[in-house]
Design a protein around this ligand. Structure first.
Ligand SMILES: C[S@@+](CC[C@H](N)C(=O)[O-])C[C@H]1O[C@@H](n2cnc3c(N)ncnc32)[C@H](O)[C@@H]1O
Length: 286
C-alpha cells in the first residue's frame, strides 16, 4: 500500500509482526515510537526484492528461502553503528590504570590474554584495546588476542579493512592512538602490530553463536544492550558470563547497567566507574 508519498506505508499490525522478528532473532527491540524508523529504513528493501507493500515483505522474511539472509541485512540498516577510538575515556583510563596491572598479576602464569569487543561495529573499540595492551608495555612476550564480533557483515568488512577517516579519532586520547596507524591516500590504515592481534568475526549475542569458545579475560560490551529489551539483555549476559574466565571483567557502556538483569557478576567500583567481574569459583566457599 502506498500513501500520498511515494514510499510504502508501514501499517501498525505489520510493524508489530516485523519487530517481533528482529526481537526473536537478534534481541533488538523497537518501541512503538520507532515505527517511522522501520518504515523509513526498510522501505528501500521492498523495491530491492520487487515487493509492493510491507505485508509482502513480512511474508518474504518468514517464508522465502532468502528470508533469513534478508533479516540480517534488514537488521543492519536498523542498528546504530556509531563508534570511535577511545570512546568513553574515563572508563578506558580506569582500564589502563587499574585493570591492566591486575591482569598482569593474575594472568602472569599462562602469560596469555584474550579480550572481546562484543558489538564492535566498525572495529574502533577492538583496535583501541589492542593499542592499550601494547602501549602499556606490560605484556611483552605474552600471547595477546582481541576479538571483535558483530552481527553486521558490512561493519565487519570495514573493521577488517582497518582504514579510518580523521573523524574516527575525534577524542583527544583517540588522536594519540594514530601512532599505531599510517596514512594512505588520506585514510589512517591500521599497522601490522595491531592487525596481528585483532580478529573479527560474525556473532549474534542473543544466541551466542559465533562467540569465541576459549575463556575470555575481559569483555567490553558497550552501547549494545541499550537496544535490547530486558529478557534479551538477560540472555546476552548469560552468554557473556559463560564465555568469561573466572575473575574475568565485564565493562558496559555508561548508559547500561546490570541492575535487575544479572546477579551472576560482582560489581567493583573503580574511581567513578562501575565495573563487573565474574566471581572465582572458590569465592564464598568455606
Ligand atoms: C552503537 S554500536 C557499539 C560499538 C562499540 N561497542 C562502542 O561502544 O563504540 C552497537 C553495535 O551492536 C551491534 N549489535 C546489535 N545487536 C547485536 C547482536 N544481537 N549481536 C551482535 N551484535 C549486535 C550492532 O550491529 C552495532 O554495530
Amino acid at each position: 500500500m502506498h500513501g500520498s508519498r511515494s514510499r510504502p506505508v508501514l501499517p501498525e499490525a505489520t510493524f508489530r509482526l516485523l519487530r517481533e522478528s528482529f526481537h526473536d532473532r537478534f534481541g533488538l527491540w523497537f518501541g512503538d515510537d520507532l515505527r517511522f524508523l522501520l518504515e523509513l529504513r526498510l522501505g528501500p528493501r521492498l523495491a530491492l526484492h520487487g515487493l509492493h507493500d510491507f505485508g509482502a515483505y513480512q511474508r518474504f522474511l518468514r517464508l522465502d528461502p532468502r528470508g533469513p539472509s534478508e533479516l540480517f541485512d534488514a537488521a543492519e540498516v536498523l542498528t546504530t553503528n556509531e563508534t570511535y577510538f577511545y570512546r568513553e575515556p574515563e572508563q578506558l583510563r580506569v582500564f589502563e590504570r587499574d585493570i591492566l596491572p591486575a591482569l598482569e598479576r593474575d594472568r602472569g602464569g599462562p602469560r596469555r590474554l584474550r579480550l572481546l569487543s562484543a558489538g564492535c561495529a566498525t572495529g574502533e573499540e577492538a583496535y583501541t584495546l589492542a593499542a592499550l595492551l601494547l602501549g602499556s608495555g606490560r605484556f611483552e612476550g605474552w600471547e595477546l588476542e582481541v576479538h571483535g564480533v558483530d552481527l553486521s557483515r558490512r561493519c565487519l568488512a570495514r573493521a577488517l579493512a582497518g582504514a579510518y577517516g580523521e573523524h574516527a579519532f575525534r577524542s583527544a586520547e583517540g588522536q594519540a592512538l594514530r601512532h599505531w596507524f599510517h596514512l594512505e591516500e588520506g585514510r589512517w590504515v591500521v599497522g601490522d602490530a595491531l592487525r596481528r592481534m585483532v580478529h573479527f568475526g560474525a556473532a549474534n549475542l542473543l544466541d551466542g553463536e559465533g562467540l569465541p569458545r576459549a575463556p575470555i579475560d575481559v569483555i567490553f560490551c558497550r552501547n549494545v544492550l541499550l537496544y535490547f529489551d530486558p529478557p534479551a539483555r538477560r540472555q546476552v549476559l548469560r552468554h557473556l558470563h559463560a564465555r568469561l574466565g573466572e575473575g574475568g571483567w565485564l565493562l558496559l557502556g555508561h548508559a547500561e547497567s546490570l541492575l535487575q538483569l544479572s546477579a551472576d557478576f560482582e560489581s567493583v567500583h573503580l574511581e567513578r566507574e562501575l565495573i563487573f567481574r565474574k566471581p572465582r569459583a572458590s569465592a564464598g566457599a568455606p
